[in-house]
Design a protein around this ligand. Structure first.
Ligand code: DLL
Length: 430
C-alpha cells in the first residue's frame, strides 16, 4: 500500500518533478533570502544557471552554523504574517535553529508523514499513541498531523508521564506507539514496575526515531516489548520527522520522499560526492518548502543511498539507518570510533542489558575512556570472565580497550524520561 502514487513513479518522472521544484526552490531562496542571494552572487550564480538537479553541485552548502548565524529568522523567505507555525531544533549547545512553516508547508509535511505511516503499515483503523514531545520539537506535532491526515486516531500524550502512558495504552487499546527507541525501553521498565506484563499491552508497532538505534538495539527492544520497530527519520531544518521511513514489507533502508527532499551523499571532509552506495554525509535540499527553502543542507548524519527499486515496489531511494553523525566520532589516543560501534559490540553479549554510557576523561595529557554497561536483571554469572570477554571483543573490533570497563547491576544507569538520550559524556574540557 502506498499513500501517494509518486512513491512508485518511474525515476524519469520523478526527475522531472525534482528539476522543476529545484528551479522554483532556488528562485525562492534567491529572491527572498538575503543570505542565499549573497552566497549565489559571490559564486556568480543566478537561478537561471540551475536547470535541474544535475546542476545542484553549483549551489553552496548550508550548515547548522548558517542557521545559527542567521538566528532567528534570517533564512526565512516569507514574512511572519505568512508563517503560521514556528518550530526549533533540539540542539544541546548554542542557539536553537528556528524554522517556520506556511500553511502549504504544513500540508506538505502532513503528506510526508502520512506516506511514512502508510509505509509502516499504519491504517485508519489504528490508534496511535504519540509519545514524541509536543512544543518547539518537531516530533510531537509533526507525527500528530500525519496521523490525522490518514484518519487514524491520535492520542497526543507527548513525552514523559510514563505511568499514565502505560495506563492509556492499555485502557484505550493503542496498537501503535511513536517514540524514541530509548523511551520505549524506559516505558517497558515502568510498565513492569507497575505490575503490567509489557507483552500484554496492545502495541504491535513502534515508530522509532529522533535518535540513533543500531540493529542489535532494535532487536532487543522488539523482543523485550513484543513489537515490531520501524525507523523514521527527519530533522527540523528540512521539515521535521517524515523525511524518510522504512517500509514494513522490506525494512531494508528508509525511503526518502525524493519529490519533496533531494538527497546527496558527500565525503564529510571534502564535501565531494561519494560513489553510489558508499557511506558519507547526507545532504538534503528542500523541494517543496516555501517559508524556509534550504539548499544542500549538511545534515551531519552518516548514511548510504540505494537507488534499486525496493521489493515493496517503491522507487524512492533508500538511505541506510543512521547510526552516527560525522561529529559523533570519538578520537581517543589515535583510535577513532563511533558510539554506535560500541553499542554494536556490547549488545552481542546476552549477559548485558541495552543500557550503557561512555565517559571521556583527560588525565594529564592523556585521554581515557570509561565504559559503563548494565548487566541483565538477576545476573548471576562470572563477572570477571564476562569483563575479559567484552574487553577482548572491543579490542578486536574497535582496536581499543576502555581504560575503565564497569559492569554495573541492572538499573544503575540513570534513565531519561524525556528528550533524546545522551550516552556520551565528555569531561575533557572541564
Ligand atoms: O529529531 C525529528 C524527528 C522527530 C525524527 C521524531 C523522527 C522522529 P531534530 O530534533 O531536528 O529533529 O533532530 C534531527 O536527529 O539530524 C539525526 O541526527 C537525528 N535523527 C532523527 N531521526 C533519526 C533516526 C528530529 N531515525 C537529528 N535515526 C538528525 C538516527 C535520527 N538519528
Amino acid at each position: 500500500m502506498v499513500y501517494d502514487s509518486v512513491e512508485t513513479a518511474p525515476r524519469e518522472e520523478l526527475r522531472e518533478i525534482q528539476d522543476e521544484r529545484l528551479r522554483a526552490t532556488v528562485e525562492n531562496a534567491y529572491e527572498n533570502v538575503d543570505y542565499y542571494r549573497e552566497e549565489l552572487d559571490e559564486r556568480g550564480i543566478t537561478p537561471d544557471d540551475i536547470d535541474g538537479v544535475d546542476d545542484i553541485g553549483k549551489l553552496p552548502f548550508t550548515t547548522k552554523e548558517d542557521f545559527r548565524d542567521e538566528y532567528p529568522t534570517g533564512l526565512f523567505a516569507r514574512d511572519m504574517s505568512d508563517v503560521i507555525r514556528i518550530h526549533a531544533s533540539s540542539g544541546t549547545t548554542g542557539k536553537p535553529k528556528i524554522v517556520g512553516y506556511t500553511q502549504d508547508d504544513l500540508d506538505v509535511w502532513s503528506q510526508a508523514v502520512a506516506r511514512c505511516l502508510v509505509a509502516a503499515g499504519v491504517t485508519a483503523d489504528d490508534i496511535v499513541q504519540n509519545a514524541y514531545g509536543y512544543g518547539l520539537f518537531t516530533g510531537g506535532l509533526g507525527l500528530h498531523q500525519g496521523i490525522e491526515e490518514i484518519d487514524a486516531t491520535v492520542i497526543p500524550i507527548g513525552g514523559g508521564n510514563t505511568q499514565r502512558q502505560v495506563e492509556l495504552l492499555d485502557d484505550l487499546g493503542s496498537d501503535v506507539l511513536t517514540c524514541t527507541p530509548s523511551y520505549s525501553l524506559y516505558l517497558a521498565e515502568v510498565a513492569e514496575e507497575m505490575g503490567t506484563d509489557v507483552h500484554d499491552l496492545p502495541v504491535r508497532l513502534i515508530l522509532f526515531g529522533a535518535e540513533p538505534c543500531t540493529d542489535p538495539m532494535r532487536y532487543e527492544i522488539e523482543e523485550r516489548l513484543g513489537v515490531k520497530g520501524v525507523d523514521i527519520y527527519g530533522l527540523s531544518e528540512i521539515v521535521g520527522p517524515g523525511v524518510s521511513i522504512e517500509c514494513i514489507e522490506a525494512q531494508n533502508g528508509l525511503h526518502i520522499w525524493e519529490d519533496l527532499f533531494y538527497p546527496e551523499v558527500v565525503d564529510p571532509r571534502t564535501g565531494e560526492p561519494v560513489e553510489e552506495g558508499e557511506e558519507g554525509e547526507l545532504v538534503l535540499t528542500t523541494l517543496a518548502k516555501d517559508a524556509v527553502p534550504v539548499l544542500r543542507y549538511r545534515t551531519g548524519d552518516l548514511t548510504t543511498l540505494d537507488y534499486d527499486t525496493c521489493e515493496c515496489g517503491r522507487t524512492a531511494v533508500r538511505m541506510d539507518n543512521v547510526t552516527g553523525r560525522a561529529d559523533d566520532l570519538l578520537i581517543v589516543r589515535g583510535v577513532n570510533f563511533y558510539p554506535s560501534e560500541v553499542e554494536d559490540v556490547v549488545l552481542e553479549f546476552d549477559e548485558v542489558a541495552p543500557h550503557y554510557r561512555i565517559d571521556l576523561h583527560r588525565e594529564g595529557n592523556l585521554d581515557t575512556v570509561e565504559l559503563t554497561v548494565e548487566l541483565v536483571e538477576g545476573f548471576e554469572g562470572a563477572i570477571d570472565d564476562l569483563h575479559g570477554r567484552i574487553g577482548t571483543r572491543l579490542k578486536n573490533v574497535l582496536g581499543f580497550t576502555p581504560d575503565d570497563l564497569n559492569l554495573v547491576p541492572y538499573g544503575d544507569i540513570a534513565r531519561q524520561e524525556t528528550g533524546k538520550i545522551q550516552r556520551v559524556y565528555d569531561h575533557r574540557g572541564q
